[in-house]
Design a protein around this ligand. Sequence first.
Ligand SMILES: Nc1ncnc2c1ncn2[C@@H]1O[C@H](COP(=O)(O)OP(=O)(O)OP(=O)(O)O)[C@@H](O)[C@H]1O
Ligand SMILES: [Mg+2]
Length: 380
Amino acid sequence: MIERTARLIEIRAALERAPVVALLGARQCGKTTLAREVASREGHWFDLESSTDRQALAAAPERTLSSLRGLVVLDEAQTMPELLPVLRVLADRPETPARFLLLGSASPDLIRGTSESLAGRVAFVHLGGFDIEEAGADVLQRLWQRGGFPRSFLAPDDATSYAWRQDFIETFLSRDAARFGITLPPAGLRRFWTMLAHLHGGVLNVAELGRAVSVDQKTAGRYVDILTGTFLVRRLPPWFENTGKRLVKAPKVYIRDGGLLHALLGLRNGSEVLSHPRFGASWEGFALEQVLRFADAERDAYFWGTHGGAELDLLIHRGGRRHGFEFKYSDAPKTTRSMRVALTDLRLDRLFVVYPGLRRFDLDDRITALPLSEVPRIQL
Ligand SMILES: Nc1ncnc2c1ncn2[C@@H]1O[C@H](COP(=O)(O)OP(=O)(O)OP(=O)(O)O)[C@@H](O)[C@H]1O
Ligand SMILES: [Mg+2]
């Protein structure tokens, strides 16, 4: 077992401040395992994928749930969105005798009506695969290459890890997608997902992507929404600001887990990853996810790019300050012209060049080379 202490603290803190907490993350990232630790022996547990538990709740949801005290876990909550109005009533009871922990693998935006029904009453905790702190600083290469899904990361060898990821992709396409109410031909969705893997770290042009796999723009947009809403793909929005330059206006796209990226690209082990032409983009995505996790910056993160070629991989706004990030798979990162343009045009307070080395050092008075292994201690 890998300890996930920081996550446990995060979930417990959320349960202190809100009557309903939603622990959300991709399939198989470890939600149930973590919730079992939070709930330990006192919790009441409903697995909404089990027909007995479903029936128990479907018959008289309000009566069943209102009699419970302490922590109540609803696993696979996305499969019974009709419970949310009930939770809303229970959350509004003045004495709040129970707290509810919902586990789900689809974002509320994807399930019609759910984002409104609990507005203001629910605290969200996002769970990814293992992060660099949980995995440990000595295995960062393995975490990058296999990704953070527990079964993939902990597999006894690369072949087993790779096979697990291929099965994960297959299961998502053939079963999970349909369970989220998505009716798409699996082969089309696979082709689309693979195309996104080739675009990883690049700008997303939905119309063009749709044409490449022969679907219309609307369908292509819906596919991206599904993969984003199930936490498999990240869309990083562009930052707009009038600096007199023509700016890139489309979002950038990433496959969030490096292991899944490599599986989609057919890269079976570390040496195949390192000899792939896009390995730099792959590492960039890996480092980006870690920064977003430890800076808790899901909501205030952007990239910036001009048609003239200047760009910034990541811009985070925090407390009126602007922090820039560049990701470089290099032993000795250097400043570039593009960094200086970003620093001036965006009036950055600070620019971090995140790299795989071991030493933190200043490249300039506002530019710092930051080892990836120090990202968990980052304070913005
Ligand atoms: N901290 C951990 N250390 C070791 N293995 C883990 C850890 N967390 C999860 N796993 C393993 O990863 C697999 C998936 O975990 P779990 O069932 O908790 O994920 P989940 O997010 O609930 O998945 P699903 O969405 O499919 O229900 C399990 O085999 C579990 O034993
Ligand atoms: Mg589960």
